[in-house]
Design a protein. Structure first.
Length: 91
């Protein structure tokens, strides 16, 4: 007597279809899914982020202080002129 059989579930589904209509039920389910995704995303955003790991010990201190232009890959090849993007001065 305490169990819900297949007939009970069919009656409950039939009542929902009669009350809300067949068109509104998929829209309501879609809206419920979107709301649950938003809730999960907000909960993840509010969670504290783990502390960052210590920096690798293999990086030399002088390299950390050097600018990006000092890196060998960023230097122009011999015989080439260095190009940089320069914003025009307002006059």
């Amino acid at each position: 007597m305490g169990e819900l059989s297949v007939w009970h579930w069919l009656i409950v589904i039939g009542v929902f279809v009669l009350l809300f209509g067949a068109k509104r039920l998929p829209d309501a389910a879609r809206s419920l899914g979107r709301s649950s995704r938003i809730l999960k995303a907000e909960l993840r955003a509010d969670a504290p982020e783990p502390a960052p790991a210590t920096p690798p010990a293999s990086a030399p201190a002088d390299r950390e202080q050097a600018g990006a232009g000092d890196h060998p890959e960023h230097r122009p090849a011999p015989g080439q002129q260095e190009t940089r993007a320069v914003a025009p001065h307002p006059e």
